[in-house]
Design a protein around this ligand. Structure first.
Ligand code: ZN
Length: 92
């Protein structure tokens, strides 16, 4: 008679604990500034996959950043002479 062995822990365990909304919010600003480590980013993303509230908040924050960046990039390019001077400085 064969005896089936029962696995010690039938519930699949998460490799890392899930961060909560407070922690996600705390990391929001460092996240958009790309100052989080890879592991921290993965944790935030995992939370966002399951939390619509934070997802909306992150999306809003990212949209804001994009607008700011665009406004900066829309500045007229530096005058030709200035750019030539800069490239000459760089080539030294
Ligand atoms: Zn959340």
């Amino acid at each position: 008679m064969s005896q089936k062995r029962v696995p010690p822990d039938p519930t699949p365990r998460d490799p890392a604990p899930m961060i909560d909304c407070r922690e996600a919010e705390r990391r929001l600003h460092t996240y958009v500034d790309r100052e989080l480590s890879e592991g921290e980013v993965a944790e935030v993303q995992r939370h966002l996959e399951q939390c619509e509230n934070c997802r909306a908040r992150f999306r809003f924050e990212f949209g804001l950043r994009r607008l700011v960046r665009q406004a900066v990039e829309d500045q007229p390019p530096a005058p030709q002479r200035l750019r030539e001077r800069i490239s000459r400085l760089r080539s030294k």
